[in-house]
Design a protein around this ligand. Structure first.
Ligand SMILES: *Cc1c(COP(=O)(O)O)cnc(C)c1O
Length: 390
């Protein structure tokens, strides 16, 4: 099988699995207990927290482990909204956030908060000026993703952080797609809260973390046994946390070399598709783009059918985000770019990983044009188009 869906999830790296395994068996102790067996767990947790903090440029006591990116986003938004309600009720985000942010914002609107959803340009970018213009005296939180999961655009996070800090507004970023691929520094970018997820960088599913700048009044998410410094009760998922931290550390080893390789493969794929398939559009910015993301719309083609044809050849890809696949609604991200429904429906996302090869991309470049042409040959709209342009 050829796997081109690394934005949806990644396999657990063998070194990561190996690091996790003892914590299911001989090192099974509860990190809160006092005997030696448990001290091993406490130390593993401390080490993991320190590793995550180092990668983000944070302090260990600013890292809170969660069950994933969705939980981290929910906690950051609902928690800060609740904590700052007396100061104001206005939040700023974008139209192309992951549903874990968008649906949380919709929930907050029902609770009486007002949310500004910033438009993006045709390449999926916002400008820092848009953020500044949207500020009101009631604004308490800006939540803007670091990089988009469908089209790979990288937002001007440092500039947004600067604006937020200047105006005394808290800045959260959903960095789930960026962490593991881009160098992150919460102080350089003046980020107050940051969400990440283990399974997007070769760690286990159901693991994540929220960075919370020291001193922020984020309320506890889970009331219980006082774990995570009283903010998230419940016995810690030690194997998962060890896996997440190991995966994160490995992701940043030789990052430059890995990025150069993946980016070259990405550009080879983009150029190859442009050369072989007429009437297509690359979605997302050409340069402000994650090194592993390719997203195209093909006119007169239905994305879901294209996925099925690729699947028959053993090629796994995605149309839009994994969560919206299976529903017939076009992607909110592609609609926000201003794409007409037909083009939003005819989209294909291919996200590369460390183990993808040029041979695999060559096979895609051989098959994809044939499939697109086969579908166009059956399309009445394409027939009309050909008649009008002959
Ligand atoms: C995958 C993803 C999430 C959700 O993370 P989970 O760990 O799967 O809950 C949130 N935001 C973005 C941008 C993502 O890509």
């Amino acid at each position: 099988m050829i796997y081109f869906d690394h934005a949806a999830t990644t396999p657990v790296r063998s070194e990561v699995l190996e690091a996790m395994l003892p914590f299911f068996s001989e090192k099974f102790g509860n990190a809160s207990s006092v005997y030696k067996l448990a001290q091993v767990n406490k130390k593993a947790l401390d080490d993991a927290r320190a590793k995550v903090a180092t990668i983000l440029g944070a302090q260990p006591n600013e890292i809170y482990f969660t069950s994933g990116g969705t939980e981290a986003n929910n906690w950051a938004l609902k928690g800060m909204a609740e904590a700052l309600r007396k100061q104001g009720n206005h939040l700023i985000t974008t139209k192309i956030e992951h549903h874990a942010v968008l649906r949380t914002c919709q929930y907050l609107e029902k609770q009486g908060f007002e949310v500004t959803y910033l438009d993006v340009d045709e390449n999926g970018l916002i400008t820092p000026e848009q953020v500044e213009k949207a500020l009101k005296k009631e604004t308490i939180l800006i939540s803007i993703m670091y990089a988009n999961n469908e089209i790979g655009t990288i937002m001007p996070v440092a500039e947004i952080g600067k604006i937020a800090r200047t105006h005394g507004v808290i800045f959260h970023t959903d960095a789930v797609q960026a962490v593991g691929q881009l160098p992150i520094d919460v102080n350089r970018d003046q980020i107050d809260l940051l969400s990440l997820s283990g399974h997007k960088f070769y760690g286990p599913k159901g693991t994540g973390a929220l960075y919370v700048r020291r001193g922020l009044p984020l309320p506890s998410l889970l009331h219980g046994g006082g774990q995570e410094r009283g903010r998230r009760g419940g016995t810690e998922n030690v194997p998962g946390i060890v896996g997440l931290a190991t995966a994160l550390e490995l992701a940043y080893q030789d990052l430059d070399i890995k990025t150069a390789k993946i980016q070259a493969l990405r550009d080879y794929m983009i150029d190859g598709i442009y050369q072989r398939i007429p009437h297509c559009r690359l979605n997302g910015d050409r340069t402000q783009r994650l090194p592993n993301n390719v997203n195209f719309s093909f006119a007169f083609v239905e994305g879901e059918s294209l996925l099925l044809l690729l699947d028959l050849e053993g090629i796994a890809a995605s149309s839009g985000s994994a969560c919206t696949s299976g529903s017939l609604d076009p992607s909110h991200v592609l609609l926000a770019l201003g794409l007409p429904h037909e083009l939003a429906h005819g989209s294909l996302r291919l996200t590369l990983g460390e183990n993808n090869t040029r041979e695999e991309v060559d096979l895609l470049l051989e098959k994809l044009p044939l499939f697109v042409q086969r579908m166009r040959d059956m399309s009445p709209l394409y027939e009309d188009y050909l008649k009008q342009n002959s």
